[in-house]
Design a binder for this molecule. Structure first.
Ligand code: UDP
Ligand code: MG
Length: 322
């Protein structure tokens, strides 16, 4: 069986067109299938739209979260409910052409456990966004502990093994692309062209992308922490050399009084440097804090269509407490 997990936040206008294209594709695969829409705290009629669509498509299921948890967590919720031997993750806004799923399944049948769509270009995006994304991949490639799949990752097919591995990861700061890379397994890329969003607006502001990038770096490397040792060592060495120079100069030419401006610059520069260092440490401590609280990753308000039970508030496999 194939499961398709679709995270949706305020996508009521897109779900019917999505289904119109998705169902024929899935029907032609000659595999039983289910479509799991995760309503991620939508404030529009997404819930009602899915319920209405269920009248004509019984294989459509709905997991409704108690509030907005963000796409990555919505995906984790979908993964926990999806029961297929393979799980496709795709956006609800038709930016991911459903027809690509045919190629996914073909690759999966060849034995690949992780098949992802790789965009051919980023030309639909604003130049600033494209530039920043490029930078991010550049930086991540240098410091990250895993190699990210460039130009892809959020439209993909996961074999059951990969899906289970991801569902078993309890981390709260979920950086999907990094997690896919971390689990490994034999993977294949399928080229595709990103479409523009059918209706509505992207939920990803530049600020949110920035936070996501920091999440990515902080979840997959401790290099920023270690960096401060070197920054500190370099500044200490420079100060020693400077001190020695001043000592020599004083011994040879005597003491001179001026120097307050330079003193002030040095003090404020160092204060700034130290605060940045503290901020970086804070990033990591904040992450430790959210992890040790051990709150559930998400809360489900209703799960509809699973085992034909009307509501099932408890996820099938609750995260294990260690
Ligand atoms: N999404 C979600 N929760 C959120 C934000 C987005 O489930 O808090 C879903 C959204 O409905 C869509 C997908 O994630 O199906 C991608 O979101 P969007 O189109 O806003 O992002 P972009 O395509 O700009 O990366
Ligand atoms: Mg989108």
């Amino acid at each position: 069986m194939l499961s398709v997990v679709v995270p949706a936040r305020n996508e009521s206008a897109n779900l019917a067109p999505l289904l119109d294209r998705l169902v024929p594709v899935l029907g032609g695969l000659d595999l039983p299938y289910e479509i799991v829409v995760v309503d991620d705290g939508s404030t529009d009629a997404t819930f009602q739209t899915v319920m209405a669509l269920r009248e004509r498509e019984r294989r459509l299921k709905l997991v409704s979260l108690s509030r907005n948890f963000g796409k990555e967590i919505a995906l984790a919720a979908g993964l926990r409910y999806a029961t297929g031997d393979a799980v496709v993750l795709m956006d609800a806004d038709l930016q991911h052409p459903p027809e690509t799923i045919r190629d996914f399944v073909a690759k999966w049948r060849e034995g690949y456990r992780f098949v992802y769509a790789q965009r051919r270009s980023r030309h639909g995006e604003a130049p600033l966004r494209r530039f920043l994304a490029k930078r991010f991949y550049r930086v991540f490639a240098r410091v990250g502990e895993v190699a990210l799949l460039e130009g892809g990752g959020d439209f993909c097919l996961l074999d059951r093994k990969v899906a289970d591995a991801l569902a078993a990861m309890p981390e709260r700061n979920r950086f999907g692309k990094g997690l896919y890379a971390w689990v490994g397994f034999k993977s294949a890329a399928v080229p595709f062209e990103v479409q523009s969003r059918l209706a509505g607006r992207s939920q990803w502001s530049l600020w949110r992308l920035w936070t996501y990038a920091i999440d990515g770096i902080a979840s997959f490397t401790t290099v920023p922490l270690r960096l401060w040792t070197y920054v500190g060592a370099a500044i200490a060495l420079l100060s020693l050399a400077f001190g020695a120079a001043i000592l020599l100069r004083t011994l040879i030419w005597g003491a001179e009084v001026p120097g307050y401006p330079s003193l002030f610059v040095a003090v404020s520069f160092l204060a700034g440097i130290q605060l940045i260092g503290l901020g970086v440490i804070g990033e990591y401590i904040g992450r430790i804090f959210t992890e040790v609280k051990q709150r559930p990753l998400f809360l489900v308000d209703a799960a509809i269509g699973f085992d034909d039970k009307a509501t099932d508030p408890a996820p099938p496999a609750a995260p294990t407490k260690s």
